[in-house]
Design a protein around this ligand. Structure first.
Ligand code: SAH
Length: 207
């Protein structure tokens, strides 16, 4: 019952009614490997292969809410995984482009999104730290993996007034951070919450 997750997301402080409706309309069971289906309605991370987890829905919802999406927005997501966050983004925005480095995860995500009736999300296999210059600029960018700073290519692809949410690695934790682009520069706006993310694989690293 997605009602359990809707309640968890509300209790985590999420108020946006469109986002709560998107959570309700998106059973998470369709976005986890079948052997974990029984756990899908719990607010916890679930393994999706390649040592990667799909994050707990309350964390995803808080990151998505911070993007303040409108239905005309074009969104870039880095780290598709099984596509759960992609589905929420797609229900709130006009078009989502999502980059995943593992081709098999991207294939699962495409299939899951198709089954959920999501038609406005395009999944691209590649290195998300480079963004997708051919579709830039984006009104909102969300990165589901952590690094010490926002990769320059992603910062460059945010539209003026656009938002970027990404976990920034510090000594203590990955601090999920909201940035806004003003006068051509990405500025830190707000720290959302500490969390635990997998590293954003970048050129020169091999993980
Ligand atoms: N948003 C997803 C997160 C999946 S985990 C969810 O919660 O459901 C993070 C994902 O980021 C993994 O699938 C991993 O393969 C991907 N990833 C890590 N570095 C990447 C990179 N440089 N480019 C594209 N995808 C990357």
């Amino acid at each position: 019952m997605t009602r359990t997750l809707v309640r968890a997301v509300q209790e985590a402080g999420v108020r946006d009614p469109r986002l709560l409706e998107a959570v309700r309309a998106t059973p998470r069971k369709g976005f986890v490997p079948p052997e974990f289906a029984a756990r899908a309605e719990r607010d916890e991370p679930i393994p999706i292969g390649h040592d990667q987890p799909t994050s707990q829905p309350t964390l995803i919802a808080r990151m998505v809410e911070a993007l303040r999406l409108s239905e005309t927005d074009r969104v870039l997501e880095i780290g598709t995984g099984y596509g759960y966050q992609t589905a929420l983004l797609a229900r709130l925005a006009r078009q989502v482009y999502s980059v995943e480095r593992h081709a098999d995860l991207a294939a699962h995500a495409r299939a899951n999104l198709g089954s959920a009736g999501v038609r406005n999300a395009e999944i691209v296999v590649g290195d998300g730290s480079l963004g997708l210059a051919e579709h830039a600029p984006f009104d909102a960018v969300v990165v589901s993996a952590t690094a010490r700073q926002v990769p320059a290519a992603l910062a460059a692809q945010v539209a003026e007034g656009g938002r970027l949410v990404m976990p920034i690695r510090t000594r203590e934790a990955d601090m999920v951070t909201l940035f806004v682009k003003r006068h051509g520069r990405l500025r830190q706006q707000r720290l959302l919450l500490p969390a635990c993310f997998v590293p954003l694989v970048q050129p020169g690293t091999d993980r």
